[in-house]
Ligand binder design. Structure first.
Ligand SMILES: Cc1ncc(COP(=O)(O)O)c(C=O)c1O
Length: 383
């Protein structure tokens, strides 16, 4: 079959709102860079993962589970739901599990959004939700971030219309690392009609929870709010894809209807149970992050960059132009350090650096010392 014939078939089969989507771009994998450049010292600071790795408890649980791989997993995930319900003092009926929190975003799109429904959110936020809601034909309405790169709750409230079905808020936001406060959350909720669903994406909750004005959604019990959290970040389990959500049991039971029955898989359920019980590993993770966040932030400031204050495990800074971002990315890549360009988030004039281990951040500082003189030949500092 010719290329034009197969294109024609795809065109007639695939709805326009799918054809218009862009494929999600992940951070550059370590193996790929090693293959391309023959480097041995590589630090991946591109995907906001846990640099300390998974909890040893999680590994033990998962290893034990390998002998059960011929069996389907427990589709009710009894053990994991029991652990989560104890930790958060909730009924199991209020919990949904998925292949990462993005898996649950896919269920939300399937269960609640119909073609033409409006999804209201911000510019410069996590693009996974843009893609998933567009993939079911939603119309995306976005408002700009505030000047200090935070979700603009006032603008969101003003843009709620009779067509609005879902409001998506990443708190803290990726890729800016900023957050909306308790007061801002309260003021937004005062404007949200009861029939509009608010999706609160708290992927970085564990890193943010020490901030006294951060609204921990567990302290609220709104019937139209769904909270999403993940084992991918602070719990160090991105590779097995497991996330969880909390909400009113009628929403959860409808999400369960569109979910594939055996997600998350057996190993993911076991790993998540192990990780939840390893509080010391979580504490080590948060301590490592706090110390190195502060060191990295100060380092960037000492080089006259203006990083955005973040309450997460990453720092975003303005380079001032797409060319400057590309150059910083490329020069650091030559030194074996992978950071993230943010063109896909419509922030081409910014780059994002995830916080790694002490060794990885030392590698980043050393690489920057080499890169900055070259970078400075063409690029200054952005205001
Ligand atoms: C704000 C936000 N939400 C969700 C996710 C996806 O998390 P998961 O791995 O649980 O699908 C990410 C990952 O980077 C994120 O930054």
């Amino acid at each position: 079959m010719s290329d034009s014939q197969s294109k024609h078939i795809a065109k007639s089969l695939v709805p326009e709102y799918i054809r218009e989507l862009q494929v999600y771009q992940a951070g550059k994998p370590i193996d790929e860079l090693a293959r391309e450049k023959g480097l041995t010292r590589i630090s991946k600071l591109a995907s906001n993962e846990n640099p300390l790795g998974p909890s040893p408890f999680a590994i033990k649980e998962m290893t034990g589970g390998l002998w059960e791989l011929h069996r389907y997993p427990d589709m009710h995930a009894y053990k994991l739901k029991t652990s989560l319900s104890k930790l958060y003092n909730l009924k199991k009926e209020n919990i949904i599990l998925g292949n990462g929190s993005e898996g649950i975003m896919a269920y939300i799109s399937r269960a609640f959004i119909s073609p033409g429904d409006e999804v209201l959110t911000s510019e410069n936020t996590f693009i996974g939700f843009y893609i998933l809601s567009r993939s079911v034909g939603a119309k995306l309405k976005t408002v700009p971030l505030t000047k200090d790169y935070r979700f603009d709750v006032k603008a969101l409230a003003e843009n709620i219309s009779e067509k609005t079905k879902v409001i998506y808020i990443a708190n803290p936001n990726n890729p800016t690392g900023t957050y909306i406060t308790k007061d801002e959350f309260d003021s937004l909720m005062a404007h949200v009609p009861k029939h509009v669903l608010v999706v609160l994406d708290e992927a970085y909750f564990e890193f943010a929870n020490h901030c006294s004005d951060y609204p921990d959604s567990m302290d609220y019990r709104y019937d139209n709010v769904l909270t999403l959290r993940t084992f991918s970040k602070a719990y160090g389990l991105s590779g097995i894809r497991v996330g969880y959500g909390f909400g009113n049991e009628h929403l959860i039971s409808n999400l369960t209807k569109v979910k594939l029955p055996f997600e998350p898989n057996l190993i993911a359920q076991l790993g998540a149970c192990g990780a939840l019980h390893d509080t010391p590993h979580l504490e080590r993770t948060l301590k490592n992050n706090q110390e190195l966040y502060e060191k990295t932030f100060k380092y960037l400031e000492s080089k006259n960059f203006k990083p955005i204050p973040s309450i997460t495990n990453f720092i975003t800074l303005k380079t001032g132009s797409e060319e400057a971002s590309n150059e910083m990315f490329r020069l650091l890549l030559d030194e074996g350090v992978i950071i993230r360009q943010l063109k896909a988030n419509e922030m081409p004039d910014f780059v994002r650096i995830s916080i790694g281990t002490k060794e990885e951040m030392d590698h980043f500082f050393e690489a920057m010392e080499k890169v900055i003189p070259e970078y400075d030949k063409k690029h200054g500092r952005a205001e």
